[in-house]
Design a protein around this ligand. Sequence first.
Ligand code: PHE
Length: 485
Amino acid sequence: MKREQFSSSLGFILAAAGSAVGIGNLVAFPVMASKNGGAAFLIIYAFFVFFICLPVMLAEMSLGRHTRQNPLGAYTEIGQNRAWRTVGWLSVITPFMIGVFYLVITVWIAGYLGKAIMGQLDQLADPDGFGLFINSDELFIYMALVVGLTFLILQGGVKKGIEKATTVLMPTLFVMLIALVIYVLTLDNAMLGVKFFLVPDFSKITGQVLNGALAQAFFSLSLAMGILITYGSYIQKNNNIVSAGKMVAALSLLVACCSGLLILPAAFSFNPDIEITELSESSIGMIFMFLPKIFLALQADIGYFGASFIASFFFLLVFFAAMTSLVSIIEVPVASIMDGKGLSRRKALYSLGAAMVVLAVISALSFGRVDMLSGITSYGADATGQPIVKSFFDLIYDMFYETILPLNGLLLCLFVIYRWKKQNLDAEMSQGNASFAGSFLQKYVNFSLGTFIPVILAIIFINTVSTIYFGYNMLTVFFEQIGFN
Ligand code: PHE
């Protein structure tokens, strides 16, 4: 059977941007930027996006288009040995497991969207509201809806499913985001937030912040999850991979900036004296606990319907962003099963979906509902040296998102440069891009992927393992030693 393709470069760009733009850009980025020096963080983040993430992104897309395979197939075909095949497996299991955790969060967003539409802002803003909701039975209704919608999109295939959905959702998302930024900027005291976001404070930049910024940029561009290999395998040969990659990186960065211009001004207009620590505990806290308070407070100005409308608008925007990311991550194992086992899309979706739903339900029960799942294990060390109790959800997050993601990135760089070889990567990137050969970018991509990028990823990987599982943050200790903290 002939492999499906995106109908155009734009179709691919929107699908890949749909994957990249997600909860990471819309919520985690503003939280991190506000904690860590505003524009100083932004500058460093942008630097990482273009100088470290973009080469990895181009490598993934090229590998996909060259092999016309899912990650497992790509590693197997070019790797030609057991070890690389194992890496291939890792690049399929990782998106599957991150998909489980992303599904759970998307379900929460769907729930908040539903409640905002039903005008239940007071429930959302209640300090116990979030805890009650994630442990409610209602949650499973939303889970069924999200799973159903994801199936519907993926069932349509590459052109009629993924591409069609993203070409509708992404432009809508951009317009909604801009509209919301404009609205928020008209609120009282909004400019305090803009100032806070745009005035750089370089004194906040520590080794830990650098590490966090890179990890965030990596996640946010959907790297090392096999997504861009899979989507890359659907790009036409005459499309320009390099300009598409730049476009996706730029769009993702732009959305992150807009989101900063949305969330910080909203926070300051809600409370001009706000303490930044208060709004930036975590991104989950921000979206599910802090923002609802702002929406509720809006009622005093624009009434019950107005405030419910703005809240629904916001959660719909985040929901679109989350759905397009969720679809992309589930497509990876789906494509692997279709390619590897020759199953139809529908069969692949059913078997995978069933496994995923089981794991998502287990995760959803691990927030206090089922004791055994809520404290499934403990490891690492908290401030007092005690091991930290972990839920099933934490475990997936720590293992796959924190630990295996940088490892996958590292292995990918090594694979592309030393196994597949530079000249093959170059040849693929030059297809549909006649002026690429000999350009600065070509040399930079080759050099960086073969040298410092894998070294940086290796350091992040080792440091993550020692921090999470052994409670010893090597990077912090190192930066303290050299007087940079
Ligand atoms: N880029 C996504 C984000 O910023 C991350 C992601 C993509 C997560 C795809 C899962 C699947 O939220």
